[in-house]
Design a protein around this ligand. Structure first.
Ligand SMILES: Cc1cc2nc3c(=O)[nH]c(=O)nc-3n(C[C@H](O)[C@H](O)[C@H](O)COP(=O)(O)OP(=O)(O)OC[C@H]3O[C@@H](n4cnc5c(N)ncnc54)[C@H](O)[C@@H]3O)c2cc1C
Length: 537
């Protein structure tokens, strides 16, 4: 179990949130309607849907929001052709409908992205099967969205691609996001409806009343303080960790943690205007290469994660070779080398194990268990978080008499109007980025910018002001929260952004209320962490 007791003073916002959470600590009589354990996209979605239904709901996360899998995905908001090929029709259909909804509701955070699939002589699926597949995909999405191109046109869309045996290719559209920001924005929406969300608070032991789960003992990771949080219902949304809590109520061991790793390259070194889906020459698995936040991401792998889940997942040298192999194979002329990789990251898929020999054959649907009143939810996708949330709340309704759960299709995100936010002086792309990421607070973000802070940080799409805003208003506890999740600079820039450290410090140190010692300490801890989990092994 992770244990970090900080000697630093606790900021006022945290003190207030902790006392609201615990409402009088061990003697507390007040009861929440719902306690959500886990601050990834699943927990965030449940909190959002609970708060909009008028429940008193709180969420706790043992590290930072989105620290788990939800900041380590491939960032695609998609139906997943591979799920369709595997016969997971309802998962594909639901994901595609949610993709359409997210594109409508959160432009600037969820952006349309072209996906290319090259056709080579003798490679499966052949053109006709692929045509059927893409037609089904579009029918599920209720949007005609694909085209086939002959080789000479296809190479204009995918320059540098291997030409030997190329018979042309297909293009369809899905979407891309910033997974950690998606989590954060969903939590913000829940907070606007009165929910409480607190990072660096772990749930330790479930509290039972007449043998039914009615809360949990929680521990502030920063101070070591503990308290009891009581609630009518408890949702265990701890993803890959879910079996731990299930064990406390006699549940089974169903999660098969699968590691997926990625490489990040500078865009100029591996330039792609759209995502490219590729079949790996070694095992025929699908691997994607996609433009993301000003860089190019290649991933992922799919391997059993045997390490303790509390140790951050990281890529192995073998996985680096595997991913480099497909880059060499698909882009032979670019001469990509190991030293071109800027950074790496790995996440653990909370997949429900069926004992399949090949990890990639395991189903990706979510599962829900209700055991002695504890509602555990795990598996599924980032894309379907809203549906997973509704499913979990339906089970919670049994314990919360006032709760009714009907999918009325209400938007996850409140609509933000550019005019009302006074963003007109910014160019359209900036307006969209700020609204997508910050919703109704986009105007405040722009307003807090000092000179030059509405410019992009070189090599990324991130604005300097995003650092200032996050430090001021987004519950940053450690430097890694700021550089790996509120912004993604830690994986988008070489050496985790070391070249910009002085300017980052200038903008953030005061906003964070840190003295020089604290800054030095955080910077060192961040550098160590980056070296261990995000460099090339
Ligand atoms: C490599 C990879 C690529 C992927 N790509 C995509 C994609 O492109 N598109 C897509 O839709 N999906 C994708 N997914 C799937 C998606 O990322 C996951 O389904 C989703 O992020 C799971 O979210 P979660 O909230 O259930 O889990 P998590 O994000 O892991 O959240 C669980 C949280 O619970 C916390 N927790 C654990 N124990 C405790 C405790 N005792 N107290 C408090 N908190 C606790 C953890 O710290 C963690 O933050 C991908 C997954 C992986 C691994």
């Amino acid at each position: 179990m992770m244990q970090t007791i900080d000697t630093q003073p606790v900021p006022e916002w945290r003190k207030q949130a902790w006392s609201k959470l615990t409402m009088g600590g061990l003697q507390g009589v007040q009861e929440w309607d719902l306690l959500v354990i886990g601050g990834g996209i699943t927990g965030a979605g449940i909190l959002r849907e609970a708060a909009r239904r008028g429940l008193s709901a709180c969420l706790i996360e043992q590290r930072d929001f989105a620290w788990g899998t939800s900041s380590r995905s491939s960032n695609m908001v998609h139906g997943g052709l591979r799920y369709l090929m595997a016969g997971s029709f309802s998962l594909t259909r639901d994901s595609l409908r949610e993709r359409e909804r997210l594109l409508r509701e959160a432009p600037g955070l969820v952006q349309p992205l072209g996906f290319l699939f090259s056709g080579y002589k003798g490679r499966r699926p052949g053109r006709w099967s692929f045509r059927v597949l893409l037609t089904m995909y579009d029918l599920f999405a209720r949007r005609w969205n694909h085209r086939f191109y002959p080789p000479h046109e296809y190479t204009m869309l995918a320059p540098h691609i291997m030409l030997t045996g190329l018979k042309g290719g297909a293009q369809c559209f899905d979407a891309v996001t910033d997974d950690a920001r998606l989590v954060f924005r969903v939590i913000q929406e829940a907070k606007k409806d009165g929910a409480l969300a607190l990072n660096y608070v772990a749930a330790d032991k479930l509290i039972t009343k007449v043998d039914w789960v009615r809360g949990a003992t929680v521990r502030d990771i920063l101070t070591g303080e503990t308290a009891e949080v009581r609630s009518k219902a408890v949702v265990n949304a701890t993803g890959a960790w879910a079996d731990r809590f299930r064990k406390q109520v006699g549940g089974g061991q169903d999660i098969r943690p699968l590691r997926g790793s990625h490489l990040i390259f500078p865009f100029w070194r591996l330039p792609v205007a759209q995502a490219i889906g590729m079949k790996h020459p070694a095992d025929g698995r699908s691997v994607f290469l996609l433009p993301w936040e000003g860089a190019t991401v290649v991933g992922s792998t799919d391997l059993d994660q045997d390490k303790d889940l509390d140790i951050e997942a990281s890529i192995t040298p073998k996985e680096v070779d595997y991913l480099l192999q497909i880059v060499h194979y698909q882009f032979p002329d670019l001469g990509i080398k190991r030293r071109d990789i800027i950074s790496t990251y790995a996440g653990v898929r909370p997949v429900i194990g069926t004992g399949a020999l090949d990890p990639s054959k395991e189903k990706r649907e979510h599962s829900i268990w209700v055991e002695r009143g504890l509602i555990s939810v795990s598996g599924g996708k980032l894309t379907t978080f809203r549906l997973i949330a509704l499913d979990a709340l339906k089970r919670a309704a049994r314990f919360i008499p006032s709760l009714t759960v009907e999918d009325k299709g209400e938007p996850v995100f409140r609509e933000a109007h550019r005019k009302e936010l006074h963003l007109q002086t910014l160019d359209c792309a900036l307006q969209e980025r700020l609204i997508g990421r910050y919703g109704l607070t986009a105007g405040e973000v722009a307003k807090c910018a000092r000179e030059g802070e509405l410019e992009r940080i070189p090599g990324t799409n991130t604005l300097w002001v995003e650092l200032r805003w996050a430090s001021r208003a987004e519950a940053v506890v450690h430097l890694e929260d700021l550089l790996l999740r509120r912004t993604r600079l830690g994986v988008l820039l070489p050496q985790g952004g070391a070249a910009f450290f002085d300017r980052i410090r200038l903008i953030c140190q005061k906003e964070l209320g840190w003295d020089d010692d604290r800054w030095q300490h955080e910077a060192q801890a961040y550098k160590n962490l980056w070296q261990q989990y995000h460099s090339v092994p």
